[in-house]
Design a protein. Structure first.
Ligand code: ADP
Ligand code: MG
Length: 485
């Protein structure tokens, strides 16, 4: 078993109190590594390093070209080591290796995108009426505290770090306690890539002991968080004391809406993909499947039938379509929801742990039907392979049910009628809406939620905005005294 250290101020360190936390392979339930179980003192060290790197000029004086090149070098390294990173990600998260390969490639693409965008940040000339030049300058926000979840560890690190580095911020990143390994590998290349010490710090540990101190630290200027709604609400409150800039991506209960005129085969495939990819551990999972009544029985039968053919198995086998859930805790959570579902609705398929897999936190793809939209399994984010199928009578009812949720991250609509599809797109209160597909995500397009799914947008030019302040500059061109007195 490997004992890892964390990366603070350009060096590899243990936690101040010398504690470690175990990291598991959820397919074998075995400990595969230990990482520092850090605390507030470690966070303080990391924040001071990030603060110094930001304030001492070295980093703030780097040109955008230089920061861009650092990101290109990091991307190149990720691509070169993608096989190793994908295997480690699959092993630590339990996700199928084929999916992990996409994640790693996407992480590299994100680094490249912001490497290019670094040199495209532009200010503005404000058309003020006097004899003056009024400018808006874009400047880095400062020290960014970044807290990420366990479902896409390296990819989420890239979503957070790449725009921050491009903008000229410095970072204190906390990976999820369950899945810190690929981020720690990534950090091994920071120095080679040209990142000065202190610019990016990685602190490992739990939310209460590392995450909260990051959010509360007076020298952190901005907090970027992806995770559960409950923690997001706490973060917003904690950040208020020091008026930090905050961006939150908090998951959802996203509706996937199927009209009778959608392509049937594509619809079944798309419904399964949207909710079972990555074992359903996806913030934008299409976990509420809304189906028009006229095709409801046929749709349900085909959905249940095809879901039974989804191959569960060890993450490193290439045929595997679903691996185990990330942790024992998550397994228990999801199984508890399945028990709730059995009382609230009818079970179409799944609902248990596959008998052939003796060890590992596996859960079968599970489909409930005739679910009332007020049921807990239709309202609460389960973050596992559990779908709630809900019938609807017509377009108006579909929209009403789809929007009847506190969340608003994502939604999808399936129809061959472009007029109807677009009417529904406009009516849906969600930050991302797909038509005739669900889940494709591109670094070029904005990502983020409406309502209680959070605020702020990641990716694309929107992503870097969240790490920039605007400074208004007024330059008087009038050489005479003001002449007021
Ligand atoms: P889950 O419970 O599904 O793992 P969380 O929202 O708890 O989702 O976790 C997402 C990230 O937030 C993780 O890195 C976790 O350590 C962190 N976290 C959890 N609790 C807190 C907290 N109170 N303050 C700051 N970060 C937290
Ligand atoms: Mg938690």
């Amino acid at each position: 078993m490997k004992r890892e250290r964390m990366y603070i101020n350009g060096g590899w360190v243990d936690s101040v109190r010398g504690a470690y936390l175990p990291v598991y392979d959820p397919s074998t339930e075995e400990v595969i590594a230990e990482v520092p179980d850090a605390g507030a003192q470690d966070v303080d060290g990391a924040v001071q390093a990030a603060r110094a790197a930001f304030d001492n000029g070295d980093w703030s004086n780097t040109t955008a070209q230089e920061r861009g090149r650092i990101l290109f070098r990091l991307a190149e390294r990720v691509r070169k080591e993608s096989a190793m990173l994908a295997e480690l990600e699959a092993r630590n998260c339990g996700k199928p290796i084929v999916e992990a390969e996409y994640d790693i490639a996407d992480a590299a693409t994100c680094l490249e995108y912001y490497g290019g965008l670094a040199t495209k940040v532009m200010g503005h000339v404000n058309p003020v009426p006097d004899n003056a030049l009024s400018l808006s300058l874009r400047e880095p926000m400062g020290v960014a505290g970044q807290i990420i979840p366990w479902n896409y560890p390296l990819l989420m690190a890239a979503w957070k770090l790449a725009p921050a580095i491009a903008a000229g911020c410095t970072c204190v990143l906390k990976p999820a306690e369950q899945t810190p390994l690929t981020v720690l590998e990534f950090a091994k290349w920071f120095c080679d890539a040209g990142l000065p010490r202190g610019v990016v710090n990685v602190v490992t540990g739990f939310g209460e002991t590392v995450g909260a101190p990051i959010v509360q630290h007076p020298d952190v200027d901005k907090v970027a968080f992806t995770g559960s709604a409950a923690v997001g609400k706490q973060i917003m409150k904690m950040a208020a004391d020091t008026v930090k800039r905050v961006t939150l991506e908090l998951g959802g209960k996203s509706p996937n809406v199927f009209f009778a005129d959608s392509d049937f085969e594509a619809a079944i495939d798309g419904a399964l993909f949207a909710v079972f990819i990555n074992q359903g551990e996806v913030c934008s999972a299409g976990s509420r499947i809304l189906v028009e009544r006229s095709i409801y029985p046929k749709f349900l039968e085909a959905l249940a039938e095809k879901s039974k053919r989804i191959k569960l198995g060890p993450p490193l086998e290439r045929e595997t379509k679903m691996g185990p859930l990330v942790s024992k805790e998550q397994h228990e959570r999801v199984c508890a929801y399945i028990e709730v579902g059995k009382k609230e609705a009818k079970l179409a398929s799944g609902g248990g742990c596959p008998p052939s897999l003796q060890r590992g936190y596996y859960v079968e793809p599970t489909i409930f039907y005739d679910v009332d939209n007020n049921a807990r399994i239709a309202r609460e984010e389960i973050f596992g392979p559990v779908a709630a199928v809900i019938p609807f009578a017509n377009e108006a009812e579909a929209i009403r049910i789809a929007n009847d949720t506190p969340y608003g991250l994502a939604a999808a609509v399936w129809s061959r009628d472009i007029f109807k599809a677009f009417r529904v797109v406009k009516a849906l209160r969600a930050g991302i809406v797909w038509v005739n597909h669900m889940q494709p995500t591109y670094v070029e397009a904005p990502w983020g939620g409406y309502k209680q799914s959070g605020f702020g947008r990641e990716l694309g030019p929107w992503g870097i905005e969240e790490y920039l302040e605007t400074k208004q500059v007024y330059i008087n061109l009038n050489e005479q005294p003001i002449g007021w007195y």
